[in-house]
Design a protein around this ligand. Structure first.
Ligand code: ZN
Ligand code: ZN
Length: 360
């Protein structure tokens, strides 16, 4: 990411301080901190002011912060809060925004305990998250790379699948391969679940062995250069029954309908409805127990949500997943998920992996 991109983002936030009646904004949530500075350390706070930004961190990150960020850096020998509040007092800042959804009660207590007499703290929610929804060209490039790594890891690991393989061994294989291909780590805990367990939308891989006659769900994502990917594909060991084929067709049609509905100006609820209506026509509406998708970027789940009641209007540059699924107790589950980017005219599916049911 170009350094001036971080500066541009800070300027965007700083330019909105006055209309929010804030003298400063304290950013403590690490994905927001990374978005605004490029800092990847685990302990940091950014005090953003009109015309000035100060990153507070501790000596462990002195060298790293100097390499990663272009704003001023303050190294605190102890806890960060006293130094942040000293900066607030020195500049006579009155109203400081903070991120209540992203802060512990302990930190808030500590901030309030050291707040200068005439200063107040003002809760601000979703501000940076809102800016993060629309990705820059550089960010889309990073998401694309993460998606490609993820798909390559899937392709190379899937050749190892045989009846008798443990779910957790396949998960390990997928994660090993994504790392070998350049990922820092998985973007969430890899899901591999066979047979009836595939009906658990967030199944954790177990020592259970995959067996002939089973549906297997693989939901995986890479984290590469800080950016997430997310994909779900289905395997079948043996010959699928008519019931499996029908349910697979239903989910695939729903997924394609969801992708088809993605274009600028459309509400995320309409995308959700497009996928949901297909499953309804198949009599599977009740089996679709989650929303159709979510935004992703620095976090695996970030705004917007693609759900029944979500009113966000899609805009070019948003990166989202489209992932309808059906879950039937005792039978199994089927989900198909791609990562897509909203374009000027519709969307681009980033995920290159074919969406056919993999027969093994
Ligand atoms: Zn997923
Ligand atoms: Zn997802």
């Amino acid at each position: 990411m170009a350094d001036n991109e971080f500066e541009r983002r800070r300027q965007t936030v700083a330019a909105q301080l006055a209309e929010r009646k804030l003298d400063g904004f304290l950013v403590s949530f690490s994905p927001n901190l990374r978005y605004l500075t490029g800092f990847t350390g685990s302990n940091g706070n950014l005090l953003l002011l009109p015309g000035e930004a100060i990153l507070f961190t501790d000596p462990r990150y002195q060298i790293q912060a100097a390499q990663e960020v272009t704003c001023s850096v303050h190294i605190s020998k102890g806890p960060l809060v006293p130094d942040i509040m000293a900066a607030v007092a020195k500049r006579r800042l009155r109203r400081i925004g903070y991120e209540p959804a992203r802060m512990t009660c302990d930190t808030l207590d500590s901030l309030q305990g050291r707040l200068p007499m005439k200063s107040t703290l003002a809760p601000v929610n979703g501000w940076v998250e809102g800016l993060r929804m629309v990705k820059s060209a550089d960010e889309i490039g990073l998401i694309r790379r993460s998606v490609e790594t993820n798909s390559r890891a899937f392709e190379s690991a899937v050749t190892k699948v045989r009846p008798g393989m443990k779910e957790q061994d396949l998960a390990a294989e997928l994660e090993y391969r994504m790392r070998r291909l350049g990922a820092e780590k998985p973007s969430f805990e890899t899901i591999v679940a066979g047979g009836a367990r595939s009906a658990l939308p967030h199944a954790q891989p177990t020592a259970a062995r995959l067996a002939t006659g089973q549906l297997v769900v693989v939901d995986m994502g890479a984290l590469q250069d800080g950016y997430c990917s997310d994909m779900t594909r289905m395997l079948f060991l043996g010959t699928p029954t008519a019931k499996v084929k029908r349910a697979y067709r239903a989910v695939l049609e729903a997924q394609l309908a969801g992708v088809d509905a993605v274009r600028p100006g459309v509400s995320t609820a309409r995308v959700d409805a497009a996928a949901r209506n297909v499953l309804k026509a198949y009599g599977l509406a009740e089996a679709f127990v989650h929303s159709t998708g979510h935004g992703l970027g620095l976090e695996i789940h970030e705004p917007p949500r693609i759900g029944k009641k979500d009113k966000t209007k899609l805009a070019p540059g948003m990166a989202i997943t489209i992932e309808p699924g059906v879950y039937i107790e005792g039978f199994g589950g089927i989900r198909i998920e791609d990562t897509v980017v909203v374009t000027e005219t519709g969307c681009e599916i980033l995920t290159p992996t074919p969406k056919t049911l993999r027969i093994i």
